[in-house]
Design a protein around this ligand. Sequence first.
Ligand SMILES: CC(C)(COP(=O)(O)OP(=O)(O)OC[C@H]1O[C@@H](n2cnc3c(N)ncnc32)[C@H](O)[C@@H]1OP(=O)(O)O)[C@@H](O)C(=O)NCCC(=O)NCCS
Length: 167
Amino acid sequence: MTESFRVEPLSGDHDRSEFRSGSDALDRYFREQASQDIKRRIATCFVAVGVTSGDLAGYYTLTATGVALNALPPETAKKLPRYPVVPAASLGRLAVASHYQRQGLGGILLADALMRAARAELGIFAMVVDAKDEAAQRFYEHYGFTPLPGETRRLCLPIATVLQRWH
Ligand SMILES: CC(C)(COP(=O)(O)OP(=O)(O)OC[C@H]1O[C@@H](n2cnc3c(N)ncnc32)[C@H](O)[C@@H]1OP(=O)(O)O)[C@@H](O)C(=O)NCCC(=O)NCCS
C-alpha cells in the first residue's frame, strides 16, 4: 500500500456519503447512526484518513462491555479473580473501504483500537468482537483473537497479551 493513514475521531468534517465496504449494514450505520451514538455516549468512532488522498478509508467503533468470567477460555479465566464479570471493550463495528481491503488497513485500525483500550484510564481486561461472518472471523484470528468457548463468532483478545507482544 503506498498511501499512509492517520486515525482520528469521526467528526462533521468527514464526508461519509461515498464510503463503501461491501457491507450495506456497516455502511448505513456509518452514514446514518454513528454520530448519534457518539452524541449519546453509546460508542466512540474513529476513522482512517489517507494522508495524501484525503480518502475516508475505514472506521471502527468502541463501546464498554463486560464478559462473564465463565465465558472466557478456562486457561484465561483461571488466572483471574473470581468476579462474575470482567470488564472489556467491544469493537462494535469495523469496516475498510473496498478498494483498500487486504492491504493491512484493517490491522492498523485494530491496533489503534487496542492501543486506545490499553491507554484508557479504567480497567479493561480484553477486547471482544462479534465477527459477522467466516471471513471476518479469519481476519480477527489472523491478529490473535481466539473464539470464546461454545460461541460461534464471538472472539476475544486480552489487552495484556497485546502489550506483551508489543514490548
Ligand atoms: C474484515 C475487514 C475489516 C478486514 O480489513 P482488511 O484491511 O481487508 O484486512 P487486512 O488486510 O488487515 O487482513 C489481514 C489478514 O486477515 C485475514 N483476512 C482479511 N480479510 C479476509 C477475508 N475476507 N477472508 C479471509 N481472511 C481474511 C487474512 O489473513 C489477511 O492477510 P492476507 O491478506 O495476507 O491474507 C474488511 O475486509 C472489511 O471491512 N470487510 C467488510 C466489513 C466486515 O466484514 N467487517 C467486519 C465486521 S465483524
